[in-house]
Design a protein around this ligand. Structure first.
Ligand SMILES: NC(=O)c1ccc[n+]([C@@H]2O[C@H](COP(=O)([O-])OP(=O)(O)OC[C@H]3O[C@@H](n4cnc5c(N)ncnc54)[C@H](OP(=O)(O)O)[C@@H]3O)[C@@H](O)[C@H]2O)c1
Length: 272
């Protein structure tokens, strides 16, 4: 199992780059799936300077484009995949649509990882691991089929972000039901000191002084995901120092199925 590639999206970011280093140091073959290849090269060079034998490949992936997701998956080709870490994410500051006509937060945090996971499925080794990065914000929102394509009047920075992560959580549950040979786990890093927590608001400088020092480091925040990737368990929610079953609060297989079908419909409508 461990011979296959580990694909990490957002691998040039705060937690993604820590995950690349950790997995490469365990001798895993890592694919950094990144939109900014130069930034990824810088991360890779730093890791190689420390770990000269690290097996790290960089492939371009712009999650705001379904075409980019498709060409990424084609580029992975026949290489077996032992693990996929859907780590990349964004909190869009305002309402905007991607070229595919999807709201940007949902495009990056939900539709792209959904499509990527499905396209990589044929390459996944039996018992491959999929880890999806979610957020504690999921618990404060609800979603239905209409939530997947919010209009400007539905948009709020944190609300839309939370709904996109809840959609990913619900996709994970349905994907796991449909693909019992694949192990699926969720990881919740807590609140982590990264670019992600800058809201682009007047209070950012204040938050940098009063709030950031109390956030977890990326090294600490990524630990639940690393434990999830190494785990023999499945359908668990990794948070803090342990893991637990996914909360009953999210137990609604009919809703998971409705969202799955609506997602398929939307993806086919936008030509994915
Ligand atoms: N920080 C927190 O408190 C927190 C809490 C809960 C969950 N999370 C989740 O943890 C994950 C990692 O976040 P982080 O804190 O490490 O933040 P980060 O440093 O901003 O990392 C986010 C990564 O996503 C990538 N990304 C964003 N938009 C993309 C796009 N359109 N196409 C391809 N890649 C894209 C970024 O690429 P670039 O490197 O090119 O910018 C970056 O590598 C995210 O899913 C986030 O939602 C974070």
């Amino acid at each position: 199992m461990k011979d296959g590639k580990v694909i990490i999206t957002g691998a040039s970011g705060a937690m993604g780059s820590v995950a690349v280093r950790a997995l490469a140091s365990q001798g895993r073959s890592v694919v950094m799936a990144c939109r900014n290849v130069q930034k990824a090269e810088d991360v890779r060079s730093r890791i190689i300077a420390e770990l000269p034998d690290a097996d790290i490949e960089i492939r371009r992936l712009e999650l705001g484009s379904l075409e980019s997701v498709k060409s990424f998956a084609e580029g992975v080709g026949g290489t077996p995949v032992s693990a996929l870490f859907n780590n990349a994410g964004v909190i869009s500051r305002g309402y905007s649509l991607t070229a595919d006509g999807l709201e940007n937060t949902f495009a990056v945090n939900y539709f792209a990882p959904v499509l990527l996971t499905k396209l990589l499925l044929p390459l996944m080794q039996p018992d491959a691991m999929v880890v999806n990065m979610v957020s504690l914000t999921c618990r404060f929102v609800k979603i239905d089929g209409k939530s997947l394509r919010p209009g400007p009047e539905d948009f709020s920075q944190l609300g839309t972000y939370a709904r996109s992560k809840l959609a990913l959580l619900r996709f994970s549950q349905e994907f796991a039901r449909r693909n019992p040979s694949i192990r699926v786990n969720l990881a919740d890093p807590g609140i982590v000191n990264s670019n992600m927590i800058s809201m682009g608001k007047w209070f950012d400088p204040l938050a940098d002084v009063l709030f950031r020092p109390f956030c977890k480091s990326p090294e600490r925040g990524v630990q639940p995901a690393l434990r999830a990737l190494a785990s023999e368990e499945r359908n668990r929610y990794f948070v803090g120092k342990g893991s637990k079953p996914i909360s009953e609060r999210y137990s609604d297989p009919e809703l998971d199925l409705r969202l799955w079908k609506e997602t398929e419909r939307i993806l086919s409508e936008v030509g994915a």
